[in-house]
Design a protein around this ligand. Structure first.
Ligand code: BTN
Length: 324
């Protein structure tokens, strides 16, 4: 443990009470000037610490920003968030960075996070609005031993983990829209972008990118998405800790991922269905080369959407956009 980490432990143990610089320098075996230097660094990182020449230092919290050590504290996962956490104040796209890192051999579980994305990527070449201060923009590197045909299931289990953790922390009516949208009251609160590098028969790596609109005020959304986007804050008026939500998501994600590798989507299908209201709805589905209308009958054991068209014919849809 470094002096800075030790200092933080002392401060946290004495949250909201003053500790003298003299005491800290004796306990940590460093000069008072060194204590002061580390305090300044901690403040730069977002730790809220008051100082007084008479009383010393008082730690009273940490801003809701992505500090690796804070994310990892109380995080009982083994893979996700427990490997390296790469953080950017500003980046083009966390998915793009995660891809570069994965191509250079970064291990499974690596988490790439940004406070702001300049060109956050959505599906189908769309952009993902990624302003600082409000959202979670995260990408995970996965290296499962699986054929490429199993990869669509990864998007579905990511949606389960996102929807369940959001629902548990906010009590909002969170719904999954197949395959990758997280909606509240029909508006989009989160999206998932899964990218893959693969051989014919085995996946090399998968990048799972997730964007969550957490504390974004409605008026902050750009005009073109204002009527279709939402956030936890816009729906509930509540400011939710992004770090807390990220931890909850990582925990839930790891459990889903382990189960998915063991049992396939079939093992998680019931949970997915619990979080959706798409079944039984009349929808239009935009596939790569065709648009199909019909009623959603089910989501199958392999994650495909089963649709009955107006003539009664059944279709199994592997990928597409659902228009409600
Ligand atoms: C969609 O619904 O179209 C998918 C949106 C995915 C956005 C996230 S934000 C973090 C990660 N990095 C990106 O560039 N995109 C994903």
């Amino acid at each position: 443990m470094t002096t800075k980490d030790n200092l933080l432990l002392y401060l946290k143990k004495n949250k909201n009470s003053w500790i003298s610089g003299e005491y800290l320098s004796q306990e940590l075996l460093v000069s008072r000037a060194a204590v002061n230097k580390h305090i300044r660094k901690l403040r730069d990182h977002g730790y809220q610490i008051s100082s007084s020449t008479k009383k010393g230092y008082c730690f009273y919290g940490v801003k809701d920003i992505f500090i690796a050590a804070e994310i990892q504290e109380d995080l009982d996962t083994r893979i996700f968030g427990k490997q390296e956490i790469i953080y950017f104040d500003e980046v083009d796209s966390t998915n793009a960075q995660a891809r570069l890192m994965a191509a250079q051999g970064a291990p499974e579980g690596t988490l790439v996070l940004a406070e702001k994305q300049i060109s956050g990527k959505g599906r189908k070449g769309r952009t993902w609005f990624s302003p600082p201060g409000y959202g979670i923009y995260a990408s995970l590197i996965l290296r499962p031993a699986m054929p490429p045909s199993d990869v669509p299931g990864i998007t579905l289990i990511t949606a389960i983990a996102a929807a369940e953790s959001l629902s548990a922390l906010t009590k909002l009516p969170v719904k999954i829209k197949w395959p990758n949208d997280i909606l509240v009251n029909k508006n989009k609160l989160a999206g998932i972008l899964t990218e893959i590098s693969t051989d014919m028969d085995a996946v090399d790596y998968i990048i799972v990118g997730i964007g969550l609109n957490v504390n974004t005020p409605s008026e902050a959304f750009p005009e073109h998405v204002k009527s279709i986007a939402t956030s936890v804050f816009a729906e509930s008026g509540m400011t939710l800790s992004r770090v807390k939500l990220l931890r909850a998501f990582l925990r839930q994600y790891e459990a889903c991922y382990i189960q998915f590798k063991r049992e396939g989507f079939a093992g998680l299908r019931r949970r997915w269905k619990n979080m959706t209201d798409i079944i039984g709805k009349n929808v239009t589905i935009e596939e790569i080369d065709t648009t199909r209308a019909g009623r959603v009958v089910d989501v199958d054991n392999d994650g495909t959407l089963v649709l009955r068209d107006d003539t009664g014919r059944m279709h199994r849809i592997f990928s597409g956009d659902v228009i409600l």
